[in-house]
Design a protein around this ligand. Structure first.
Ligand SMILES: [Zn+2]
Length: 656
């Protein structure tokens, strides 16, 4: 039976966090003073400490996202801050670095192989990246730069969060917006007006539906200028300091520093990737813009299609020519059938078995608990919680959260007491009196995606906590969940479980075709507008003299969208990713999508539910987790060099 979350209190969250950190610190102190140094005495305790703190995070900090009581959530938040601080400080510990480097010089260390070798190398890399190889003076400078960078990153996010702007509009000016949207708006400052803020639920529907083109332009201008005055100086200082820190640490640029530990490895490889990908997307986008320009011209007589037009005409096309009633689709996806489909399919393809446990002792009575077993051997691999219905105070989006991490012995059994545990947290409509919980297709896709992360964690055969999914290269970690998403668009797969909740009729094939067509509408522009443009922008700013040419780069890279620049705007000021860990890493979204699709190509070729491909995928991609470089895993699974051909083919394009 799992951990008893029913007994969690704010005090318990605090004490279990304190206890784990104290125990971890003791392990680290022992590692730092072990004499003589050895793998078991010097390196292993660092991984043990990591695992302990991760587990405490799953018991305590995780409660911030899901616990029904506000006081427990607050305690979870405080625990998360403590744990993050502890984790961030680890590579800066000089005593530890000294001990590990002394060990690395021994003959025993030189003879290490496999995951032990890799763990040692990764620790040495962490210490080097933290500046521990530098003379004292430079190390101190790196420390000062880093603290200032963290301050600026926090300020950057806060400035975005605190920025308030919008438009007060009359009912007439809201022409085109649906009644329920207008009903949700707060009153404006003057009588008879409505406040349209820049929050996503206000902004996007406005750009998609407002007939008044001048107002779409004005709202986009304000949206693009969020946090402009407060963040313009912050971004300049931040980019400059990152460049300086990269130089102190011996890197040519911040991009070189950031990409070093990712699958791409070097910025050059990312540039090659983007330069191959963008031209075919640009061709497709030009055709999409042509179609929408014709609609604009017939509405307004103007042929100059602009950035504030595309969401409007995209949504017109969607409504008029690709109309899909998503609620009607959801009637084919009652929740139990979706879960049965997900478990049945992934069980068959990956050789797994799932068993629901009664009385899961979870944080809320709605939460269910399942075991994952290896089908051929019956071995228990781990467990996962499923928490799907909205509640007050619960995390509002969807995520997979690893609770305790896998650390397998050489024979595949778990080291230590606890098997890996994970949780899938989402918000789908609960059952009503007349109907079961009916899942929108986008949520079916989301559940498959998040479940991909759960499997990636639980089937892992990595020997160390360090090589759990947390440490899969960030530009690859989403790729395994892509495979899962693909299944939700395949008529042959959907037919197996998507049945109307009343008639039991399987989902009609033409309905799936229409779903696919709607998904692919204007996908060129949608991919370029954010994913590709911001990847290029982010990378350029962190390369060479990027920090000195911010305005020029911001303006020029807008060209990636194939639309004219919106004069007088600077949306870099509200590009939160650049200050929240995605710096010189935003490209990872499109990178992992492309290579996720690349892996899917083997399923397409050999059978989309073929257990032989599934078995190979489990062995080559899921089980190694982070114990191998993603590049190597991908080549092994594909049996060739990675390619963007499948990604482009799925969009109806041929590679450049
Ligand atoms: Zn994901």
């Amino acid at each position: 039976m799992g951990f008893d979350y029913r007994t969690i209190t704010p005090e318990r969250v605090a004490t279990l966090t304190d206890e784990a950190i104290a125990a971890a610190d003791l392990l680290l102190a022992n590692a730092a003073t072990a004499s003589p140094t050895s793998f078991e005495g010097t390196v292993q305790p660092i991984d043990d400490a990591d695992a302990l703190v991760y587990a405490a995070s799953g018991r305590g900090a995780f409660m911030a996202r899901v616990h029904p009581e506000a006081a427990v959530r607050d305690a979870g938040q405080a625990a998360e801050t403590r744990i993050r601080t502890w984790q961030a400080a680890l590579p800066g510990r000089e005593d530890l670095a000294r001990a590990v480097r002394a060990y690395a010089e021994t003959d025993a260390a030189r003879e290490l192989t496999g995951q032990q070798r890799r763990l040692l190398d990764h620790l040495l890399r962490d210490f080097r990246r933290a500046g521990q190889d530098l003379p004292a003076e430079q190390r101190a400078e790196a420390g000062r730069l880093r603290s200032r960078i963290v301050e600026l990153e926090v300020a950057f996010q806060r400035n975005i969060d605190e920025w308030q702007d919008g438009l007060d509009l009359t009912r007439e000016e809201l022409d085109g917006l649906p009644e329920d949207y207008v009903g949700r708006l707060a009153p404006g400052a003057t009588d008879g007006t409505y406040r349209v803020t820049l929050a996503y639920p206000d902004y996007y529907p406005f750009l998609e539906n407002a007939r008044r083109r001048d107002l779409r332009q004005e709202l986009e201008r304000r949206f693009f200028n969020r946090a402009l005055t407060s963040n313009r100086p912050v971004i300049a200082e931040l980019l400059g300091l990152r460049r300086q820190l990269a130089h102190v640490l011996g890197y040519a640029s911040w991009a070189d520093y950031a990409v070093e530990i990712k699958m791409a490895g070097t910025p050059d490889r990312v540039w090659d990737f983007l330069n191959e990908l963008i031209p075919p997307l640009a061709d497709k986008t030009d055709r999409e813009i042509e179609t929408m320009s014709a609609l604009l011209a017939s509405d307004t007589g103007d042929t100059q299609f602009r950035s504030w037009d595309w969401r409007y005409y995209d949504s017109q096309l969607l409504r008029n020519e690709f109309s899909v009633d998503q609620d009607a689709v959801a009637e084919y996806f009652p929740l139990d059938a979706v879960l049965d489909g997900l478990f049945g399919l992934s069980g068959e393809v990956f050789g797994l078995e799932y068993r629901e446990l009664p009385e899961p002792t979870a944080w809320h009575p709605d939460v269910r608990l399942f075991e994952v077993l290896d089908r051929p051997t019956g071995r228990l691999l781990g467990t996962f919680y499923v928490d799907l219905f909205p509640r007050e105070g619960k995390f509002g989006h969807a995520m997979a959260w690893p609770i305790t991490l896998p650390r397998r012995a050489a024979d595949g059994s778990q080291r230590g007491e606890e098997l890996p545990e994970a949780a899938i947290v989402a918000n789908i409509p609960p059952p009503t009196t007349g109907a079961p919980s009916l899942v929108q297709h986008s949520d079916v896709e989301m559940l498959f995606h998040e479940f991909g992360h759960i499997l990636h964690e639980i089937v892992s055969q990595a020997h160390f906590a360090r090589f759990s999914i947390f440490q899969v290269e960030p530009d690859f970690e989403e790729a395994p969940s892509q495979i899962m998403q693909h299944w939700t668009w395949q008529p042959s797969v959907l037919r197996q479980f998507a049945r109307h909740y009343r008639t039991r009729e399987p989902i009609p094939e033409d309905l799936v075709d229409r779903l696919v067509a709607a998904r692919d509408l204007n996908v060129g522009l949608k991919t370029l507008f954010r994913l590709c443009r911001l990847s290029v922008l982010d990378l350029e700013l962190h390369t060479g003299d990027g920090p000195d040419r911010i305005d020029e780069i911001h303006r020029e890279t807008f060209g990636v969208t194939r639309l004219p620049f919106h004069e007088g705007t600077f949306d870099l000021a509200a590009f939160g990713h650049i200050a929240s860990g995605y710096d010189a890493g935003y490209y990872g979204y499109i990178w992992s999508k492309v290579y996720g699709d690349d892996m899917w190509s083997r399923f397409e070729r050999e059978g989309i539910t073929d257990p032989a491909v599934g078995g190979s995928y489990r062995r080559e991609i899921l089980e190694p987790s982070a114990s191998l470089d993603a590049d190597e895993m991908l080549r092994r699974f594909l049996g060739r060099e990675p390619s963007n051909a499948t990604f482009l083919k799925l969009l109806g394009l041929v590679p450049a």
